[in-house]
Design a protein around this ligand. Structure first.
Ligand code: APR
Length: 310
């Protein structure tokens, strides 16, 4: 198993180290446009092997040849959000970067699975799919796992229970229009509506919706990376170990949930072939409408990139 990580910034480097520590690959290649950064970070990670107890070969490069024959490629290259900047502001800039990166990746790996992190996530997943020519099952966006992790951590804190016992789904686009699905959110199988007041649930939903902004406001420069990296690695682990995990991921919808030809976050089964199944769960009318609205916003942004992709 060879995994390449494109973008050796906060998310990419954190994810690469985590991949090695979890021994999910025999080789991890870290690629970035900035000279010295992927080489230096990869060497530093490699040197942590004896104490971190892993034998993964980690190397960094500015040349995509180093990514040759990857089974999985994690794409984190792009510009992070700054305070006051929405994910959509990043659209044009990051679309150009993701197109260039995907082109380069595809020159050296014939049939990789692409796991996308660059924002705005759903649109970047569309760009990578359109550029790569890969089957739709092999281009997956990381959003729902992160958004659900935030929701789950807030619920665990509120109830003073183990994070492990909290389950949640956050669907839709990764942005202000995300759809936390309260109906399928539970603690050890107990619906949260039995444990928390509606007012409390609404407040936690709102905090989840603003989870990214909350971190950006603290960091001032740069955006969240520990939870995003951990979430991407959880998806990669499901692929590497063919675990058939049910996770909310961004995938191409073709009629499911009444949404056609748009990348959007829904529950999927993740295994060695990437997205192996899309689960169509029963949503309340308001939640379905919110999901469809979220997809419309993603579609509008994708349309604005038609010149770039033609
Ligand atoms: N090719 C390769 N790497 C690039 C390119 C490119 N064309 N353009 C930028 N990069 C690299 C940068 O040099 C930088 O090292 O991408 C890396 C991005 O790292 P950070 O700026 O630290 O950003 P990070 O916090 O990792 O976020 C990366 O993930 O969560 C999203 O919104 C976030 O889109 C952003 C991405």
């Amino acid at each position: 198993m060879k995994i390449s990580v494109i973008g050796a910034g906060n998310v990419g480097a954190t994810a690469a180290h985590r991949l090695a520590e979890k021994q999910l690959a025999h080789e991890v290649a870290l690629i970035d446009i900035v000279e010295g950064i992927p080489q230096g970070k990869a060497l530093d990670m490699y040197e942590s092997g004896p104490v971190g107890l892993f034998d993964t070969s980690i190397h960094g490069s500015n040349d995509y040849k180093a990514s040759a024959d990857s089974d999985i490629v994690l794409i984190t290259a792009g510009l992070p959000r700054k305070p006051g900047m929405t994910r959509e502001d990043l659209l044009m800039k990051n679309a150009g970067i993701v197109k260039e990166v995907t082109d380069q990746v595809m020159k050296h790996s014939s049939n990789p699975i692409l796991v996308m992190v660059s924002n705005p996530l759903d649109v970047m997943t569309f760009v990578a799919h359109a550029t790569s020519g890969l089957a739709k099952e092999r281009v997956i966006g990381m959003a729902g796992v992160l958004d659900a992790a935030r929701f789950r951590s807030f619920i665990a804190e509120e109830l003073n229970v183990s994070m492990q016992d909290v389950n949640a789904f956050v669907l839709g686009g990764h942005g202000d229009s995300m759809v936390p699905v309260v109906k399928y959110t539970s603690v050890a199988g107990i619906p949260i509506s039995e444990l928390l007041s509606q007012e409390k649930i609404d407040a936690l939903v709102e905090r989840t919706r603003n989870g990214g902004v909350e971190i950006v406001n603290y960091l001032k420069s740069g955006s969240a990376f520990y939870a995003p990296a951990a979430s991407a690695v959880e998806m990669i682990e499901a692929i590497v170990k063919d675990r058939k995990r049910i996770l909310a991921c961004t995938t191409l919808l073709e009629g499911q949930y009444g949404i056609n030809n748009v990348f959007c976050g829904v529950p999927v089964k993740i295994g060695k072939n990437g997205v192996e199944e899309i689960l169509e769960i029963n949503l309340a009318p308001a939640e379905l409408a919110a999901l469809q609205h979220s997809a419309t916003l993603v579609q509008e942004n994708c349309k604005s990139l038609s010149t770039l992709l033609s």
